[in-house]
Each structure stands twice: as C-alpha cells, then as structure tokens.
Design a protein around this ligand. Sequence first.
Ligand code: DBH
Length: 544
Amino acid sequence: MIEGFIPWPAEAAERYRREGYWEDLTVTDVVFQRCDAFPDRTAVIDGDRALSYGELKQRVEQLAAQFVLSGIEPEDRVVVQLPNTIEFVLVYLALVRTGAIPVMALPAHRQREVEHFVSTANARALITTDIYRKFDFRPMAEAVRSAVPSLKHVFILGEPLAGQISLHDMLQAELSEEELTKCASQYQTPPDSVATMLLSGGTTSLSKLIPRTHNDYVLNAKLCGEVAGFGPETVFLAILPLGHNYNLASPGILGVFYYGGTVVVSQDLKTEAVFSLVEKHGVTVIAAAVPLITRWLASRDEIARFDLSSLRVIQNGGAKLAPELRRRLQSSLGCTPQEIYGTAEGLVNMTRLDDPEELILESSGAPVCEADEIKVLGEDGQELPDGETGELVVRGPYTICGYFNAPEKNETAFTADGFYRMGDAVRKEGRYVYCDGRKQDLINRGGEKISCDEIESIILEHPKVELAAVVAMPDPEFGEKGCAFVQLKDDETLTLEELVSFLKQQGIASFKFPERLEVQEQLPLSPVGKVLKKELRAMVTEEA
Ligand code: DBH
C-alpha cells in the first residue's frame, strides 16, 4: 500500500467484500473481460480511427509493456495530461494495467498546476502532448522536470523535444508474446490498491489528490453505467475532458467499457461538430454540462438539420441544470435528461431514466449504490430531517476515506465518524437529493470548480494589489463566472487585461481567470478584517 493512502477501515472493507460491492477485480480485468468476450465490437472511435475490443486489449498490452521497459514501475505516479483521443484511452489503461498510478490532469492546466500535481504525487513521469489549442506543453514539461526532482521521464504525444520520449514510437512497437509475458510478470495490481488519482475541484486553494482503488472505481463505473442504462448497443459521446471523473467513470468511458458499448471521443465542442458525430455514429447518449446544453437549446435550428433519431439521453454533470432546460431537452431534442451530481471523491447521484417526471426535472438524483450512506447535517453537525437544507455528507464503498498525503486537509474534509463532506448545501427527500447552493467558497463555471482562495492568493502577488476577493457572478451560459474585486496600492490603476496577462504569466489554467474586475477604494470588511464576500456577491448579482 503506498504511503499517504488511507484505506477503508477493516470492518467496512470486509462488509463491502462480503456484500459483493468489491469484487476483487482490477479496472483492466473488467475491461479485458469485455475484450475477450466481444473482440469484434467497436470499443473506441476517434475521428477516422477506431479500435475493436480485441485491438484495444492488444494495444493496451503492448503499451503497458513499453511503459515497463521505459522504467515505469508499479505504484509510480504518472501525471497524464492528454486531450480526448484514442491515445488517452490506451495510455490510461496501459498504466493501470502495470500497477502504475495515472494522476489525471487536464489539458487546460498550466505549469503552476502541473508542477503542483507532480510534486504532491511525487510523480516519476509526466505524459503530455506537443501542441494543443495553441499551447506548447513540451517546454512546460521541461520546466516542471527542472523544478521537481522526482520527475524522471517526460512522454510526448506528437513530436518530442530532445530528452523526451515519443509516445508514437512506443505505440508502434510490437513485442512478441514471450516478451509481453515477461513484462507482465512485473505488473502488480492488488484490487484494493490505488488505481488512479483524480484531482479535487479546488475547494481550498490548490487541488488535492484523490486516490481511487480498483475495487471502488470498478464499482463506481459499473453502478453509474447501470443507472445510465448502458449496454452493448450504447454509443457514448465523450467531448468533455476524459481526465474528469465524470467522463472517465461516472459513467464515462469505463462505464461504457463495463457493458461492452462504444465510446466516441472528440475534442471539438462546436455544436455542428457534436451533432454531426451523433448522426455519423448513431450516438445514443452524450455526457454534457450546462454551458453546452444552453448553447444547444439556443441553436435548435442548426441541430435540426442532423438526424438525431439515435439519441436517447443527454447527461448533465458538474453543475445543476435548471428544470426548465431539462424540460426543453425533452421537448425540443426528444431526449431524456439525466442529472448526474457527483464528486471525484466518490458519491455519485443520478436520476433514473424511468423516474417520475418531477424527479427527472427537479432533483439531483439519488446515490447509485444502496450502500452509500448519506446524511444532511445542520450547522451544529447534527443530522437534519428530510426537507431541511444543510451539508451533504457521505460514507460508502466508493467514497474515499482521505486525500492522498494531506493529513491537515483530511481533518476538516471528513466528519469524526468518517463521512466525507460534499461541501454543497442540499436537502433530501428519501434517497433523492436536491442541490440548493454552495457551502464552500468556489465558483462553478459550467461544471469546472474554481477555488476563490487559490485565485485570490495569486492576485495578491500582483505588485499593484493591496487586497483581493474573488466571487461568483451569475452568467446565463456558464451559470457562474469569476469576478475579482481588488483594492489597489496608493495611486495605482489596474485593468482586467493587465490582471489576466499577469495570471497567464503565473501559469494557471485560463478557465480560472476572472472575467470581470471591480476596483474599489476600500473592500468591505468585517470587524475582524475578513472581506465581506456576501456583499460583493450581492453587488454583482444585482447588476447582472
Ligand atoms: O462535478 C463533478 O466533479 C462530477 C460531476 C458529475 C463528478 O465528479 C461526477 C459526475 O462523478
């Protein structure tokens, strides 16, 4: 067991095994079972390229061996930052197959963030791409390598720089069965060991690492896939970043593989591109989020040109979709909306496809597992009755018992009896939860959670800034965007452009940049000197 990982208490683990939630299979065990059962079915489509399940297994086995030959060992952490491609799928499964632990960064992350992931995970390798969306990741990878001594290997999808390893070359290599078997003898994948590390939604400053075991992640994918109605005829379109828990396993690509369906991966979010893929491949379900759905509903005429007869379900994750928009998905696109309210730390709530209308339109769903214990707590930490709003907490067979290597954070992130605090204000009616808002100081920008604290501390590094507060402002498309309030040093001025260019230099993802700046003579303070964010939030909300 790697140091810094907190397993379930022995009694809980024993129960989850006894009751069949944990099957002692690894993530690649279950994927390979499907590969062996239906080798000719299509597993993944990416543009003009496709892999059958049989080919998927072969390619994963080849690449896994290449990783071992490059010096990657079981339990090594490997930060993966790749766009939605077939290679993403191969790299992810190949690492997991060997017992190395992929740490799922996003293509939007920049140096400051990647460096944080590499150093917190104590990662041995980084796998990224050459140029994506006009950004060159190769020099960034080198800068991270110079800053973090644990980082030995940099693998590049595309053209590597000197000293970097070409993923393409590794994917071309063909080892014999004998050589593959020899490499496989070095794999170590106990099912209760860590299979993957996900990133927390930046609730307090920089993201924490979320260790997910094989047993719990397989269960996560299996149950979410079941509630999504996945089967061999499923054609799932993945356009949001695959490194997010939502598209990776909730139900995501692992949920599809569990049931032998087909995944179409794409990086193109343009409405026309999305719906031409739906038509071309007979997509049955899309994993979407509020900004995309808002755009689709606003461009129904454009969409109507495509044959959407295959499309059954549009999933919404990341932030709550307004009931009226869910209704419009039914009436204009003829789809069932499926609300997915989950967290990378574990618990996933989903509406059921055959739920009564009221639940489908209004609720945030119910836990996917009967063994998920959920409670709503009041300010005093006592459980509240149904219908009253408080904080949702959870314990269960696929919810973590601690962040990786973060003892201080773990003190506050869990209750004394080991329930994880979701950080959202919800109320509950039986097993169904209803999201009412936020408890934590973050911005939910169309599903991407931005920590206000993280951005404030960077803005405070600006030489002209005396005091800063970042708050959520309402946005018709994204739900929320960030607005920065600053108090400047004497006689200084600051524009939004200047602020953004400063943040860019600091190497953070652009989705975190505030999209409005308010310079104030004096920020409102409480008697103890805390910025009164409530007032600032009220101010931007009123103006919007
Ligand atoms: O927002 C999320 O983190 C999220 C959304 C939907 C998630 O982790 C999930 C489903 O599993």
